[in-house]
Ligand binder design. Sequence first.
Ligand SMILES: C[S@@+](CC[C@H](N)C(=O)[O-])C[C@H]1O[C@@H](n2cnc3c(N)ncnc32)[C@H](O)[C@@H]1O
Length: 193
Amino acid sequence: MGFPEKITGITDLSHAFASAYIQSGELAVDCTAGNGLDTLFLLKKSAPDGFVFAFDIQQDALDRTRTLLENAGIPSCRFRLVHDCHSRLGSYVKQEIAVCMFNLGFLPGGSRDITTTPARVIAALESAITLLKKFGVIVIVMYPGHEQGREEEQTLLNHVQGIDERLCRVMHIRNMNTLKTSPSILVIQKLRA
Ligand SMILES: C[S@@+](CC[C@H](N)C(=O)[O-])C[C@H]1O[C@@H](n2cnc3c(N)ncnc32)[C@H](O)[C@@H]1O
């Protein structure tokens, strides 16, 4: 999959960036498993023998993810679903990461009170940068359409501006001619091993 002919959804765009930097057999991390769509995408891109860690603090999300992966015929030896906060990523992942994805906010159809927080995302981001391979990428989809999401986006944008430019390229993609509340994407590429 490359970039879509017509840019419509933010998910398509986030997948296009991610898919450019992951190959068969590589390791990827989904920091926010949710319904499992990003986890499944990463498993397909790293097939047949790549591996994906998927984190979520809600067992319900991991159950949904497991069902999706099983229905898609993904062998269980290719993924690990981690019921823990993504800030503890470094306790589980020891190998080099090709792509790491975050899709912030709350579980669609779940409680809006259980949501990502900037401090935890930043902790996970720092671990992911350390583990990322040279030219690997982190893709973060942010939803500033509600107050908490807006604050989260702003805190993350402030944080990433401080990342050493010799270590990472940091890009922010936003739809400029529509409501300011549309989702945006951060793409962070590590420039050295
Ligand atoms: C918008 S959903 C993710 C959508 C998902 N990527 C998909 O493809 O369906 C955000 C998820 O992040 C999870 N989450 C919130 N805080 C978290 C944390 N600290 N660590 C791991 N997951 C977290 C929520 O439980 C929720 O399931």
